[in-house]
Design a protein around this ligand. Structure first.
Ligand code: GRF
Length: 194
């Protein structure tokens, strides 16, 4: 099938990249969707290594390049139908949002709008959920706007918070939900796209 007939996904990741890994596995040899590139702001991100293993072009960028539009120009060369932030920690500049209206999504390890916003990532999220003695947590997949974690929600999935939970135990339970649902939501969004 000619490349142009594929729906194309660009991933942004700042860290380990286990969500990126799931996406690359799920869409490896997919009939109509292809992961075409991975971008990271962190030269040490293991996500870069994971992309290389899948022969997916992996590029590192600086804050300046992200801010001044250089990264947007690089992303445009891949002509993505969807940009997925999979553990990406920086705010997306307004010019980037404007270039891909309703085509940038993020996965957050909590039930937004609670436990979101600046600094609410990874361990800090689960710590806050436990501190508030929440009975449940979960994942939120949402559209990205120029504010942390404030775009419209696309999909949420709930899991219980157990009495003996530590941030690590809760993180593990939530991450498993991310891995289970992110690829399917990406697939659904792209199959809905005209
Ligand atoms: C995940 O918990 C995700 O919800 C959050 O950052 C973490 C990324 O993990 N945005 P990984 O890098 O995909 O393993």
């Amino acid at each position: 099938m000619a490349d142009s007939s594929f729906k194309r996904v660009v991933i942004f990741a700042s860290g380990s990249g286990s969500n990126a890994q799931r996406l690359m596995e799920y869409f490896d040899n997919h009939a109509s969707i292809r992961i075409v590139a991975l971008f990271s702001n962190n030269p040490e991100a293991f996500a870069l290594e994971r992309a290389r293993k899948f022969n997916i072009p992996a590029q590192v960028f600086t804050r300046e390049a992200f801010r001044n539009g250089t990264v947007l120009e690089q992303v445009k060369t891949f002509n993505p139908d969807l940009v997925v932030l999979a553990g990406f920690l920086w705010l997306v500049p307004a010019h980037f949002i404007a270039a891909y209206p309703n085509k940038i999504i993020n996965i957050h390890p909590a039930l937004l709008p609670k436990f979101g916003g600046k600094g609410m990532h990874g361990h800090f999220v689960h710590e806050a959920v436990l501190q508030q003695k929440e009975k449940e947590s979960g994942i939120t997949i949402h559209y990205v706007n120029e504010y942390y974690d404030q775009g419209a929600a696309i999909y949420q999935h709930v899991c219980p918070v157990e009495l003996e939970d530590t941030p690590e135990l809760l993180a593990k339970r939530v991450l498993a939900l991310e891995h289970e649902h992110l690829p399917r939501v990406v697939e659904m969004l792209l199959q809905e796209q005209k």
